[in-house]
Write a protein that binds this ligand. Structure first.
Ligand SMILES: [Zn+2]
Length: 341
């Protein structure tokens, strides 16, 4: 995918485009940032821009201009997209979950030769934090003095867990979470219905990867459960009934401690996103920025959460999410939520 079609990350993409245009791209780079925001995609876009047979140039002076970009359709671009270009190598963890030293030695050996077809050989190491220490050590010399025709891109959501010796040799580009509207745009492009796309994007934590996951439909379900629970909270002060209502936030059958925590966290984030929308409606904000526009008509039932109560509830959700992260039991957290919201 050419740079111009990448959703979000305009600054980083512009920076990469300019450095490729000026032939000044650093020979080893780390793409760091949350999972599923498009780091690997931008690495492929960079490989295309470096090897495209018919690159596009733009002389726009707009701040987010992309001065140099791949065409996206020439044989080099299409082969890179399909993973079939001889000079663009993608290493990723094997079945063991780690990247062993042998495949790394292999790409290092190959990097010593001139590219077969393209201008630059591009070695992309996806989930680079999975490199075993021995493999990272094998890379050190190459990262320090890479062959002039090669570019190494290490992609990682956990870059800090790489060896300090690796980190110190590679400039780091930091990718950030995407906004809900950017995630929604990506979902619509991938064929989701517009209303579903907005609901899923509101809960996807800024990650297209998370939103495109098979479990995306569970995000829509979570939002519906959150709406029901909040409506019941709004209707009663009886603690017993509230605790009963909060049970809906728990998985019906346990999927193990980690999965249960994630299940409850998704539902709590759904509540937070609804509370944000209630606030937006109550202050007559711009409806186009609603995270859950498809349930706008139901938000009126939650008017009890206007103002201070909503704000307090929002803070409680934040605390609850923190508690879940520090391994407090999920039932304790949902009971506590019943007393706070
Ligand atoms: Zn091309």
């Amino acid at each position: 995918m050419p740079f111009r079609d990448v959703i979000g990350h305009r600054k980083l993409v512009g920076l990469l485009s300019r450095s490729i245009e000026r032939d000044s791209i650093p020979p080893s780079l780390i793409f760091a940032g949350p999972a599923g925001v498009g780091k690997q995609l931008v690495a492929i876009s960079s490989a295309q821009a470096l090897n495209c047979l018919d690159p596009r140039r733009s002389h726009s002076s707009a701040p987010d201009a992309i001065p140099f970009d791949a065409c996206g359709v020439c044989p080099a671009c299409t082969r890179i997209e399909r993973g079939l270009h001889p000079d663009v190598v993608v290493l990723e963890p094997g079945d063991s979950g780690s990247i062993k030293v042998d495949p790394v030695r292999d790409v290092i050996d190959r990097a010593g030769y001139r590219p077969f077809e393209g201008r630059r050989r591009v070695v992309i190491i996806d989930q680079a934090d999975a490199l075993v220490p021995q493999a990272q050590n094998a890379l050190l010399k190459t990262l320090e003095e890479p062959p002039s025709s090669s570019v190494f891109i290490l992609v990682s959501a956990w870059a800090d867990s790489l060896l300090p010796t690796v980190l110190s040799r590679c400039p780091r580009l930091r990718f950030h979470e995407l906004g809900p509207e950017e995630v929604a745009a990506a979902l619509i492009r991938s064929g989701k219905k517009e209303s579903d796309a907005h609901a899923i994007a509101a809960l996807a934590n800024g990650s297209i990867g998370q939103a495109l996951d098979d479990s995306a439909d569970t995000l829509v379900d979570a939002r519906d459960v959150a709406l029901r629970v909040l409506t019941r909270f709004a209707a009663t002060d009886d603690l017993g009934r509230r605790v009963e209502a909060a049970k809906e936030l728990l998985p019906q059958t346990t999927g193990g401690a980690a999965a249960d925590r994630e299940y409850v966290a998704v539902h709590l984030r759904a509540i937070a996103s609804l509370l944000r929308d209630v606030e937006l409606v109550s202050v007559n904000g711009d409806r186009r920025t609603l995270a859950n526009p498809d349930v706008e008509s139901s938000l009126g039932r939650l008017a009890a959460f206007n103002g201070d109560r909503g704000l307090h509830a929002f803070e409680a959700i934040d605390e609850a999410l923190e508690a879940i992260e520090s391994n407090v039991g999920v039932k304790i957290v949902t009971d506590w939520i019943a007393t706070q919201i």
